[in-house]
Write a protein that binds this ligand. Structure first.
Ligand code: BGC
Length: 759
């Protein structure tokens, strides 16, 4: 994955001569739109198409590479036939590539450099699914801010993040890049990330352009298999999939990326309804749409385009503006215009969108502003690591804590830290790690050693490996382990220790792109090891390192304490120790349901009632005969070292109309022994609609911190806007009728009341 000095860039450097020049655009013209038109009017058709071409700059591939060799790519850069590069990530590399364009091309339109900065650039934060478990929007904005600064320091001015695909299937590997199953939470996280990356002003030297991806429906792949067909009805599309994208568009996200999947027979890349009618039409969004990696020519495999030329025609008509490493636009778009199959106005519109983002970034004022070695000198990595530790601790979810086994008492004499991920310094870095170094995370063993006093013995045993020999972003993963030779040492250690911390879960590359799994339990011999250890020591805390919800029914039944620690990034082990020893009282809540069995997937709390919802011992209702239908741990769930008691909900009224609002208030008391933070959640249910409605939907949440014994009143204003949905009239509106209100600390244990709405 990481080859920082790129072969291609080395080639580029060798061809560069002369000094940087500024663009040909007169700086006296202030208005960006006037500038854009002025640039466009000077461009040839080939130069226009060039702005819609994006080349990969390294071997850091996330799909099949283009057939073009580096020399050809470089010649095209010089001719001004390329608008952007991805995967060029160094001050020197971006400067050299930019020079090729600025010193040789006629129009001197600067390149924009994109990169997958997904959960940190060098300082790595929790994987997005994990970070969302913090429900702390400020913290999430901050980690994006830090990622932006570190990106800029390395020449990158555009991230392909946030991924705001609502994701409800634990089998889908890319669930780790998502914010989970809820559209409202996903919307807020997406907006926080966009704010973090883009700041208030895209032209600021320390902000970068963000990307809302993947438009749309990518998280709904059938059977959780990546890239698979999506069948999504209009109702689900508008009520579940699109809201986070609408929020991103409204937040001013600079770019969108479309998705690999088809919906109902139309690949998203060629979907005019999504891209032109909704995004650029109804929502009036003015940024540009980059294709996903080669998703334009992939329409040939979809069986909707005859060849690359046909694929280009479909894509540009549908509103895909930039071709990521697909080689389709560059080989056929100009020809399509010349022969009259594509209206040049569509190309012009796409080019204007690309130029708009480049102007906003300030690239026309200074094409090299992001290739500035001075930026790196001012970065305090220490500060960034501190932030990474804080947000990692906030992301941890305590699922079970029988007999208050946690927090670990300082008086403890000995701790056995056991498991394949206990001393793993790499897996916490996760997939999509940008320039996060391999093996650079604090391991759990290290974190615990850092935390204990000198009277506590900390011993480590592997127990079993995950059985993965070679791991990388691109290699297929095989988990194959039947070697029990290290069981004995681990069991002996557990026997002689006061307590066991078992660190199990998934390898970094078990989740991510192309990493779908039909099994989501503890792979290899981990489950067996856990059962053996339990036989000799019952004081076990299971620390799960995971990029997806896992099947942990046995552990949930048999292990007294369970902590979900995701892949937490650079400071993983320290953050885990902060929680295990009570330095941080856990406050994370699941952004995604944990199933009892994988066969329940896709599983999500905001499901529909069905015509047969009841819970009776009768065959003909919606259930499974071999497992309960609900989640093992539901959305919004997470324990604390203290307890919170909720009073009844009080509403300021029982009827609302379009001009009104109702205040829902609830009193919460910290009834436990320590100070703690609770995520108070508000859900609503529209009881009868012109289309069926979910059993409940998250509509608000607040983080409150309470001292022991403290009571606080938490208020949620409920407005008509919150009651809207995409109705039978094919628009978002609120309908008359009854609404149930639920408030509580997870999506199941809730206080409830109701009100009605009338226009
Ligand atoms: C992924 C995108 C990513 C792109 C560039 C694709 O395979 O689906 O999310 O941004 O590669 O690396």
């Amino acid at each position: 994955m990481k080859k920082s000095i790129l072969y291609f860039i080395i080639l580029l450097i060798s061809f560069v001569t002369g000094n940087a020049q500024n663009s040909t655009i007169p700086s006296s013209i202030e208005n960006v739109e006037v500038k854009i038109d002025s640039v466009l009017s000077m461009m040839t058709l080939e130069e226009k198409v060039g702005q819609l071409v994006q080349y990969n700059g390294s071997w850091d591939l996330t799909g099949p590479a283009s057939e073009m060799n580096s020399k050809e790519k470089e010649d095209n850069l010089k001719k001004g036939l390329v608008g952007s590069m991805l995967n060029v990530y160094s001050v020197e590399g971006t400067r050299e590539a930019q020079k090729l364009v600025m010193e040789n091309s006629r129009m001197k339109i600067p390149l924009i450099f994109g990169y997958d900065v997904i959960h940190g650039y060098k300082t790595i934060f929790p994987v997005p699914l994990g970070e969302t478990a913090s429900w702390d929007l400020e913290a999430m904005e901050r980690s994006a801010r830090i990622a932006a600064i570190e990106s800029v320091a390395n020449g990158v001015n555009w991230t392909f993040s946030p991924m705001i695909d609502v994701s409800r299937d634990a089998r889908w590997g890319r669930i780790m890049e998502s914010s989970g199953e809820d559209p409202y939470l996903t919307s807020l996280v997406g907006v926080a990330k966009i704010k973090g990356y883009q700041g208030d002003d895209l032209s600021d030297n320390l902000t970068i352009a963000a990307t809302a991806k993947h438009f749309a429906g990518y998280g709904f792949a059938e059977a959780g298999r990546d890239y698979n067909t999506v069948n999504l009805g209009e109702n689900e599309l508008h009520n579940t999939v699109l809201p986070p994208f609408k929020a991103a568009a409204e937040a001013g996200v600079a770019t969108f990326m479309n998705s690999f999947n088809e919906i109902d027979g139309i690949p998203s890349t060629g979907n005019k309804y999504l891209q032109r009618d909704i995004l650029k039409g109804d929502w009036n969004w003015r940024g540009f749409m980059v294709s996903d990696w080669a998703s334009i020519p992939e329409m040939i495999y979809h069986g909707i385009a005859k060849d690359k030329k046909h694929a280009s025609e479909i894509a540009i008509n549908a509103g895909s503006d930039m071709d990521m490493e697909g080689g389709a636009y560059e080989s056929s778009l100009a020809e399509l215009v010349k022969e009259g199959s594509v209206d040049e106005a569509l190309v012009d519109d796409a080019v204007k969108r690309v130029l708009r983002v480049k102007f906003k970034l300030g690239l026309f004022d200074d094409p090299y502003k992001y290739s500035n070695p001075e930026v790196a000198k001012n970065i305090s990595f220490e500060e960034h690591r501190k932030a990474a530790r804080e947000i990692a601790a906030k992301s941890i979810v305590l699922l079970k804590n029988k007999n208050e086994l946690l927090p670990i008492k300082p008086s403890i004499k000995s701790i056995a830290v056991i498991g394949p991920l206990a001393n793993d310094k790499d897996t916490p870095i996760g997939n999509w790690r940008a320039q996060g170094e391999s093996n650079s995370a604090i391991s759990v063993v290290e974190g615990i050693k850092n935390a204990v006093g000198k009277n506590t013995q900390v011993n480590y045993a592997l127990g079993t490996s995950l059985g993965i020999s070679e791991r990388s972003f691109l290699l297929p993963l095989e988990i194959n382990n039947s070697d029990k030779s290290q069981f004995k040492e681990a069991i002996e250690l557990a026997k002689t220790s006061e307590m066991v911390v078992m660190v199990l879960g998934e390898d970094a590359f078990q989740s991510g792109e192309g990493r779908s799994q039909a099994k989501i339990g503890l792979a290899g011999l981990q489950q067996e090891l856990l059962a053996e250890i339990k036989k000799v020591n019952n004081n076990i805390v299971l620390v799960l390192i995971n990029g997806r919800p896992m099947e942990i029914s046995w552990a949930s039944e048999n292990i007294p304490a369970i902590v979900v620690a995701w892949q937490l990034g650079s400071e993983s082990g320290n953050a885990i120790a902060d929680v295990l020893f009570g330095k941080y009282n856990p406050s994370g809540k699941l952004p995604v349901s944990f199933p009892r069995l994988v066969g329940q997937e896709p599983l999500y709390y905001n499901q529909k009632n069905t015509g047969r919802p009841w819970n009776e011992q009768h065959v003909t209702y919606s259930h499974y005969t071999d497992v309960k239908k609900d989640a093992l741990y539901p959305f919004g769930f997470g324990l604390s070292y203290t307890q919170f008691e909720y009073g009844d909900i009080e509403l300021s009224g029982s009827e609302m109309n379009l001009d009104g609002q109702i205040l829902a208030e609830v009193k919460i008391t910290n009834t436990g022994k320590v100070k703690g933070k609770e995520v108070v959640q508000l859900y609503l249910q529209d009881v009868v609609g012109s289309r069926t409605r979910p059993v409940k939907e998250l509509k608000g949440f607040q983080l409150v911190e309470l001292e022991t014994g403290e009571t606080r009143t938490v208020s949620f204003p409920i407005t008509p806007k919150m009651l809207e949905f995409y109705t039978a009239n094919r628009k978002r509106e609120v309908e008359d009728g009854d609404f149930n209100v639920f408030i509580g600390g997870n999506s199941i244990d809730l206080k409830t009341t109701k009100f009605s709405f009338k226009h």
